[in-house]
Design a protein around this ligand. Structure first.
Ligand SMILES: CC(C)(COP(=O)(O)OP(=O)(O)OC[C@H]1O[C@@H](n2cnc3c(N)ncnc32)[C@H](O)[C@@H]1OP(=O)(O)O)[C@@H](O)C(=O)NCCC(=O)NCCS
Length: 211
């Protein structure tokens, strides 16, 4: 007898995540919702976000896999789709320490490492090979792009985006709604609502005034 599969829909198109999901035997993806039909080769387009309500009435127990990257959009969509539907997905080759705590809606992609006593808020996305070392705290709706590394005891406020391949040094505090550019090295605390980039990472307004 085959085990019962959890039925779920994806929100937004993320080809890498679709590929990972296709390897998970315990989950059955019915399709995806998005602003428009992106003609994905294997997954069925289910409609726009507006069509979710009617769909969820027909499928009350369906799970939602929140694949959206920009935190400000993600937080609105989580409210729209309903937190009670959020599923956490962990790729088979990801490592999540026993003492790490993940809230609902986490996307933990291939090669990710989440080390002891890390705390992750709701609907946080760890893209491929992202790493959070011990005791990091990552706020709700954050997205960690591929290959970024948070060293020990880093704290990141809700709604922040950590760009691909960036490194955040130990004990750094990054505020809410911060954007860290790809390839940055964050050596100092970052206040709320800033975009920073470069090595060492600096606020974009400071970069502009340098030139
Ligand atoms: C930092 C970032 C948000 C800036 O975006 P933006 O405001 O549209 O900036 P622009 O592309 O207009 O570039 C503005 C300037 O910053 C520079 N710049 C852009 N990104 C940079 C980065 N990551 N590091 C250093 N400099 C960067 C540009 O070269 C440009 O410099 P110039 O004015 O001297 O030509 C963006 O470039 C970035 O790095 N996003 C993260 C992408 C990512 O990790 N994606 C993962 C997908 S899975």
């Amino acid at each position: 007898m085959s085990a019962m599969k959890t039925k779920a829909v994806c929100i937004s198109v993320d080809k890498d995540a679709f590929d990972t999901l296709s390897h998970l035997e315990y989950i059955s993806i019915l399709g995806y919702f998005d602003l428009l039909d992106r003609k994905h080769q294997t997954l069925r387009y289910l409609g726009t976000d507006q069509q979710w309500k009617e769909f969820s009435l027909r499928h009350p127990d369906i799970g939602v896999i929140m694949l959206v990257d920009p935190p400000e959009i993600k937080s609105k969509l989580v409210a729209h789709y309903g937190e009670q539907h959020l599923l956490t997905v962990i790729a088979p080759d990801a490592y999540v320490a026993h003492s790490a705590v993940l809230q609902d809606g986490a996307i933990v992609q291939r090669g990710v490492k989440i080390m002891p006593d890390v705390k992750i808020g709701k609907a946080v996305k760890f893209n491929i090979n992202a790493v959070a070392h011990h005791d990091c705290v990552v706020g709700d709706f954050c997205t960690l792009a591929p290959g970024c590394i948070l060293l020990g005891n880093v704290e990141i406020g809700s709604g922040s985006y950590i760009g691909a391949g960036s490194i955040v040094l130990p004990r750094i505090r990054i505020g809410k709604n911060v954007m860290v550019g790809a390839g940055s090295v964050v050596t100092k605390d970052i206040a709320d609502n800033l975009t920073v980039m470069g090595v060492p990472a600096r606020a974009s307004s400071i970069l502009a005034s340098d030139s």
